[in-house]
Design a protein around this ligand. Structure first.
Ligand code: G
Ligand code: G
Ligand code: MN
Ligand code: NA
Length: 254
């Protein structure tokens, strides 16, 4: 089989699925949302990670189509949470650099929210700093428009790219996600501690939110909490869950 060919039929054959990884706010002691993560169930190869197939989607020009499928699926599920009375949760959807270059992106996002009657406050878009910094002026216009509509924006994998910090002055956004690389065993590494402390201080100075992703151990949580980070995502709290599993957790947090 060829992954390229098979990807062209993945939507029609219902092989794509979204998982939802809980995001928790320890200051308020509650679940505040989830990151929507795309999964591809390949009939022969099994479960394939987006880390492997998103680059192929980019190559074969399918990223915009599958990106819209993803956004639609995530918004439909977030509306489902609201219908079930699970209030105040935000769903975070990853966007690639290619999607950012699509002139129809903004209108498609707004139409998707309308179609599902999802309030814009319930949607967050995640972009890596590399994607966001690629064309700062263009990204700036897009972020301004999306935020004016009530959608929030986070910079994913923060600290892991090669971009300069100058884009921080130009781009309006709501949240930084500290890359997993700096969170991993932060309690054991002085350099990771210095970096995390600086990032948390940076977010405070910029008056934006900060989230630590990829937390796997209570020692990591405790250290980052001590530095002033309150929002977490990672296997320590929960792995990404199927839609039904996520609803069970949200309705009845153990
Ligand atoms: O879930 P996993 O660890 O396999 O994700 C690997 C990478 O794929 C992560 O960087 C994640 O941000 C990205 N990713 C997950 N879902 C999506 C998606 O719907 N769209 C895009 N563009 N990237 C995604
Ligand atoms: O790049 P991005 O932040 O979007 O990547 C999210 C990916 O990280 C998801 O595919 C998810 O499966 C993975 N992930 C989430 N929590 C953890 C964790 O605690 N440890 C590890 N190793 N991976 C995680
Ligand atoms: Mn992400
Ligand atoms: Na990330």
């Amino acid at each position: 089989f060829s992954l390229e060919q098979d990807l062209r039929h993945a939507i029609a054959r219902s092989q794509l699925e979204m998982e939802f990884q809980p995001v928790v706010d320890l200051a308020r002691g509650r679940l505040i949302g989830a990151e929507a993560l795309l999964r591809w169930h390949h009939p022969q190869a099994g479960l394939i990670s987006p880390g492997r197939f998103v680059p192929i989607l980019e190559d074969i020009n399918l990223i915009n189509e599958i990106g819209m499928w993803t956004l639609n699926a995530a918004c439909r599920e977030a509306r489902n949470w609201q219908r079930r009375g699970i209030g105040g949760l935000r769903v975070a959807v990853n966007l690639s650099a290619t999607q950012l270059r699509d002139p129809k992106l903004e209108s498609m996002i707004l139409r998707t929210l309308e179609r599902h009657r999802l309030p814009p406050e319930a949607l967050e878009l995640e972009l890596t700093e590399t994607a966001a910094a690629e064309d700062v002026d263009r990204t700036q216009a897009l972020f301004v428009a999306l935020r004016a509509a009530g959608i929030s924006i986070s910079i994913d994998d923060f600290g892991a790219g090669y971009s300069s910090l100058s884009y921080l002055k130009k781009l309006p956004f709501d949240r930084l996600k500290i890359d997993r690389e700096f969170v991993l065993d932060v309690h054991m590494h002085k350099d990771s501690q210095a970096i995390c402390r600086s990032l948390i201080e940076l977010a405070r100075g910029l008056e934006i939110g900060i989230l630590a992703e990829g937390v796997e151990k209570s020692e990591e949580v405790e250290m980052l909490q001590g530095f002033g980070c309150a929002i977490f995502q990672g296997f320590h709290f929960s792995r990404p869950l199927g839609a039904a599993e996520f609803v069970r957790l949200a309705v009845d947090p153990a």
